[in-house]
Design a protein around this ligand. Structure first.
Ligand SMILES: [Zn+2]
Length: 126
């Protein structure tokens, strides 16, 4: 599957190179990208379960369902991205905004509320 703005290498699993992103999720991210109107650097997209485990990802990480991206962003852009994401139906927001600027990111997903996922939900990373 091909989507505008984002390429295989940034969306694919860093371990398996598989890319099983949900098209429904990607349409939301594309709508966010169009309104944000700046490049969005994806540092993590799809993760195969074994890769997710190897990097200590959450047990039911939305990345394994192809319904999450981590976007490298900081400062004013981070706030604008957050506001835009909420407007386009993203329900899970993880914020890391401390440390080096290039290590700061915002995780976005669109999981529905379930036993495995509290949604809507915002959290921070240590
Ligand atoms: Zn993430």
């Amino acid at each position: 599957m091909n989507w505008p703005y984002f390429n295989h290498s940034e969306l694919a699993c860093k371990g398996s190179d598989k890319c099983e992103m949900s098209d429904e999720f990607m349409q939301k991210i594309i709508a966010v990208r169009e309104e944000f109107d700046k490049p969005m650097i994806i540092t993590s997209g799809y993760r195969s379960p074994s890769y997710n485990e190897s990097i200590g990802g959450a047990e039911y990480s939305p990345h394994m369902y192809g319904r999450a991206v981590d976007v490298q962003v900081y400062g004013q852009d981070a706030l604008v991205l957050l506001k835009t994401a909420l407007k386009h139906g993203l329900t899970g927001v993880g914020v890391k905004q401390h440390g080096e600027a290039n290590s700061r990111f915002i995780h976005l997903d669109d999981m529905e509320a379930s036993d495995m996922h509290f949604r809507p939900w915002i959290w921070s990373y240590s």
